[in-house]
Design a protein around this ligand. Sequence first.
Ligand code: HEC
Ligand code: HEC
Length: 302
Amino acid sequence: MKELKVLAVVVIFTLITYWGVEPYAHSQMHKHVESQDFKYPDINASGVKGDAAAGKNKIAACAGCHGIESQGMKAPMDAMASSAAYGVNPPDLSKVGAIFDEKFLIAFLQNPAHAAHAKPNFAMPPSAGSAQDAADIVAYLKSIAPKEVSNKEAFELACGRCHAARYAKWTQIGTVPKTKPNIKTGKDLDKLKFEQNVAEYQNKLAAYMGKLPPDLSIIIRARGKHFLETFVEDPQTQLPGTAMPRVGVTKEGYEKVEAYLEEIGDPSKPKREAVGPWVIGFFFIFTILAYLWYKSQWKGLK
Ligand code: HEC
Ligand code: HEC
């Protein structure tokens, strides 16, 4: 009888811990942030209709800092000069219309720091005079954007000016050159120069952001998809006060970034998955053989 009472007490306390305390502790330690499906509900649609042709004539407002390579407009400064001037390299605008949210962009061009939930030192100034100007420029950017961008392009455009990805040989100023430098002969020293430039860029970036943004090679394994999705949607919800801006990607744009981070974070996944059916096939055939062998051994003995 006494044992039963002890048992009951133990069971009751276990259940209280399991249903009462654990979820509470969990919710305190890992705040659960609901995904908003990249709809940016805090931004009101401007209601004005953009005109791409008018936007083309207003794009000069951006050309002082950004290039649009697909339209033959080179960036006014390279990554090094840009990072010296702004702390970060303004992205090329050729593919912006393919991965960023329209409503977000219209609000962003009028007041970048506000739309991005960024710190007041955000390097891009308000660059469209009115909601109409912003809508026109965004319509133009959409009209020149390619229909499809790769996962890699989406990552480089949305995240690549701030984050390196060592596993993909990506740095904030581009992909590491393949050449092997030879100091004795002085051949192919461009790789060394590149590495020096990366270090310089990262210094400027760290000064601008308050710290160097982390390498994202294995972030998807370290943090998981739910964290990543809600963090990119609005970094402030998970890390209040962080300098990482809300970048304003569409849901499809985000999915490309996520797919790319999966590819580089777990490069052997497709191989592993391809091996699965072979292993099952092996067990299947092995079972049949074992059964046939068993039959032949017992034949005549029964
Ligand atoms: C004075 C320089 C300057 C001007 C002018 C300027 N930008 Fe920028 N822009 C920047 C910098 C710097 C960044 C990167 C800021 C950061 O990531 O902290 C940026 C970022 C952006 C981004 C990336 C947004 C995101 O969410 O990641 C877009 C899109 C953009 N600019 C579009 C434009 C357009 C369109 C115009 C013209 C209407 C324009 N910019 C004018 C400097 C400028
Ligand atoms: C303008 C620069 C900038 C851009 C663009 C940017 N980030 Fe960041 N990111 C940062 C900074 C700075 C931090 C460090 C934040 C901190 O610790 O406060 C950071 C941190 C992170 C973290 C780590 C969060 C944690 O606590 O583990 C992840 C994940 C991340 N960024 C993902 C992304 C992805 C994905 C993109 C593109 C969609 C992106 N970032 C674009 C600046 C940037």
